[in-house]
Design a protein around this ligand. Structure first.
Ligand code: NAP
Length: 255
């Protein structure tokens, strides 16, 4: 007999994933386990069951999904976590499981924004001009390695935990976890005499204040575009829509 409960893996590491775990925990018929990569030393944990650490590629994920009798996967990882999203799509397809990608909307260029859009970290490092004396890097700690050869600039690097990769020679490291306010971002940019902000187009309200502050301060932004989602990905932008998808998947399952 088929189970009346839908067992769901949420691939997390984002605010949306935590929100989804909380909302799903209030739904009947859903049994949720959240997964974190284990990158952050002291992560904000979602409600409910949590597992931590990589699965061991597509094969490891496929085995884990099978052994844990998972019925559906929601990839609620960060928009730049392309590898795990691709693994989820492949492993779920191989097991014929439904998979949903929850992706917050991108930030959109508005009047007054001075954006240079680039496809990846290497292009962002290459896009720095000799006028960019002081560079604010808010790209996550591991991406900093792409800038190590740019010795003509001073970098202010903000990340949650310290990077484990070598830093560019003239660097100031600020360990901080958002959200940050508009005023805090303006003060930071002014205190460090920032000439350019380098950021990923993560989207979302939690870290958007830096975009507003750069616009207000007339600062250029090097904006790294998101990597593409897996081909044919089913995507929603809101937690509520992900809950609707899970309800439909649960309904389909008991039919
Ligand atoms: P990634 O490049 O897509 O993934 C690299 C490997 O890390 C994956 O192959 C997988 O290892 C493991 N992994 C990633 N997310 C996982 C998860 N939720 N649960 C279990 N294993 C996971 O990912 P990333 O960019 O390093 O990001 C790692 C985590 O940090 C993600 O959960 C993401 O949501 C979060 N995050 C990323 C960013 C960013 O800018 N990239 C920003 C904020 C938060 P195996 O192959 O061994 O399974």
């Amino acid at each position: 007999m088929r189970r009346a409960v839908l067992r769901v893996l949420i691939l997390g590491g984002t605010g949306e994933a935590r929100e989804l775990a909380r909302a799903a925990s209030e739904e009947r018929g859903l049994d949720i386990v959240s997964s974190l990569a284990g990158r952050v030393a002291n992560p904000r944990l979602p409600v409910g069951a949590v597992r931590v650490g990589g699965f061991g590629g597509v094969e490891g994920l496929r085995t884990w999904l099978r052994e844990n009798a998972i019925d559906a996967v929601v990839d609620a990882t960060h928009p730049f976590a392309a590898q795990v999203s691709a693994h989820a799509a492949t492993a779920a397809a191989e097991l014929d499981l439904p998979v949903l990608h929850l992706r917050r909307p991108e930030w959109v260029r508005r009047g007054g924004d001075l954006w240079t859009r680039v496809p990846d970290l290497a292009a962002a490092a290459a896009a720095l001009s000799p006028r960019d004396h002081n560079v604010l890097l808010t790209i996550g700690r591991q991406g900093v390695g792409a800038f190590v050869g740019r010795t003509g600039h001073r970098f202010v690097i903000r990340s949650i935990d310290a990077p484990t990769v070598p830093l560019p020679p003239r660097s100031t490291l600020l360990l901080a976890r958002g959200p940050f306010t508009f005023d805090e971002e303006l003060v930071l940019m002014s205190r460090h005499r920032i000439d350019v902000l380098v950021t990923k187009n993560s989207g979302g309200e939690q870290t958007e204040a830096k975009i507003f502050a750069a616009r207000t301060a007339g600062l250029p932004v090097i904006m790294i575009d998101r990597p593409p989602l897996p081909a044919g990905a089913v995507t929603v932008a809101e937690v509520a829509a992900a809950i609707d998808w899970l309800r439909a998947a649960a309904g389909h399952r008991v039919r």
